[in-house]
Ligand binder design. Structure first.
Ligand code: AMP
Ligand code: GLY
Length: 425
């Protein structure tokens, strides 16, 4: 089977690594890919992965049998829809279904309709109405741009003043279209964790839990990022809470979508807030987490490809309802090495040494923003490497990962030194 992976981050490197191990995969192509993915797949760096027509033409020309979509942008752009219309098997939801990630209002309405627990909320299309509402809202309060804003659309305001400034910025166009309507939400206290499932639109196959570290610096300080490190499983997500998440959040939402004529297929990522042994939904994503995917792939023992196919094609050979997956119980951790300055501006094209040495120290290194000039490895993005390790417990996994990170020789990079602190606690 010829498989095309769309994306070029650490998540896509981990997916390629796992897909390449499958006997079902005869050829792997990745667009745009990165220097690490280049060791596993042919790269198609010129293909615009958000242009569905271009991807469709590429798949026909290259005789691609199956497309796996990594990031959210091609999903929101409807790439999966165009491929499906052409009869090409594709892993990833339709643009309509991906609204669970791309529209906060859509998700909130679905949750309310099926009773899935989440923060109470209100939506505003005018600045004045939002301001009036905030004047009587308790603080902290959460202000969110309704659309996709690359992680920059959420302000957890500690004071009314801060909340008012946030809505003013959003309505003044600081986030473009995404801020033309805002959602104001009740603040939920608690501890965050993520939970991932695969679905064919009817059946649900649980994957695993993880915890991410969103802030740039140690001690959860500094600006929000795409994620500076993660581990799986998340100790806070007990079997009991996992069951509650499946029965009260994930399954009702997928059923509600189906009842509205929307088949949600692919991976569903639930961002959760856990307080007093109960989970509430913070947000959904329509894709794997990055870097959470990297550690899920480290822990997954079964072949990934049949599970991806089971979400994507109605073929009895790959039925999700009959499928189980084997996982390594041992925890896995990943430490992200990023360019100095990330998530703000940063240099590109710096030489990186030590990746092979890191691997020799027992880690699996997935690349994110990297490229090569044919001889040396160069930085090419904000998040650059994911140094992953598993161990008998989180402490052992952490020690291996950090000893491997110590082998990376790149003065222009930085990483957090406290990944896993919650799990150790
Ligand atoms: P989101 O993009 O919706 O995941 O929000 C980004 C981050 O903001 C989340 O990971 C939480 O840390 C925080 N957050 C969002 N909504 C809430 C809420 N209602 N209560 C508390 N924290 C929240
Ligand atoms: N690591 C958080 C995300 O992928 O959204």
């Amino acid at each position: 089977m010829r498989i095309l992976m769309l994306g070029g981050g650490g998540r896509e490197h981990a997916l390629c690594w796992k897909i390449k191990q499958s006997p079902l995969c005869t050829d792997l192509i990745a667009a745009p890919g990165n220097a690490g993915i280049a060791d596993l797949a042919h790269l198609a760096p010129e293909l615009d992965i958000e242009d569905g027509e271009a991807v469709r033409r590429f798949c026909i020309a290259e005789k691609v049998d199956f497309v796996v979509i990594g990031p959210e942008a091609p999903l929101a752009a409807g790439v999966a829809d165009i491929l499906r219309e052409e009869g090409i098997a594709v892993f990833g939801p339709s643009a309509q279904a991906a609204q669970l990630e791309s529209s906060k209002t859509f998700t909130k309405e679905i949750c309310d309709a099926c009773g899935a627990p989440t923060a109470s909320w209100a939506r505003f299309d005018s600045l004045d109405a939002a301001k009036v509402f905030l004047m009587t809202s308790p603080v902290p309060v959460v202000v969110k741009a309704d659309g996709l804003a690359a992680g920059k659309g959420v302000v957890v305001a500690q004071t009314t003043q801060e909340a008012l400034e946030a809505v003013e910025h959003m309505f003044a166009g600081s986030l473009g279209q995404a801020g033309h309507s805002v959602v104001i939400e009740e603040f939920m206290p608690g501890e965050e964790a993520s939970y991932f499932v695969l679905t064919d639109g009817v059946h649900v196959l649980p994957l695993a839990s993880a915890q991410d570290h969103k802030r740039a610096f140690d001690g959860d300080e500094g600006p929000n990022t795409g994620g500076m490190g993660a581990y799986s499983p998340a100790p806070i997500l007990s079997a009991e809470i996992e069951d509650q998440v499946l029965e009260q959040i994930i399954k009702p939402v997928i059923r509600e979508m189906k009842a509205r004529g929307i088949d949600y297929t692919g991976v569903l990522y639930a961002g959760l807030m856990i307080e007093n042994g109960k989970a509430r939904l913070v947000e959904f994503n329509a894709r794997f987490g990055d870097p959470e995917c990297q550690i899920l792939m480290m822990r997954l023992q079964s072949d990934l490809v049949p599970a991806l196919l089971a979400c994507s094609i109605a073929d009895e050979g790959y039925a999700l309802k009959d499928m189980t997956l084997d996982w390594i119980d041992a925890p896995a951790i990943t430490v992200v090495v990023a360019s100095n300055g990330y998530p703000g501006s940063y240099e590109k094209g710096e030489i990186i040494h030590g990746v092979e040495e890191a691997s020799a120290h027992g880690a699996v290194v997935f690349h994110a923003g990297t490229r090569t000039d044919g001889t040396v490895l160069l930085s090419n993005g904000g998040r650059v490497l994911n140094v992953c390790a598993s161990g008998t417990d989180i402490n052992a996994a952490r020690q291996t990962a950090y000893s491997a990170v110590g082998q990376i020789d790149w003065p222009g990079g930085f990483y957090r030194r406290d990944i896993g602190w919650r799990a150790l606690k």
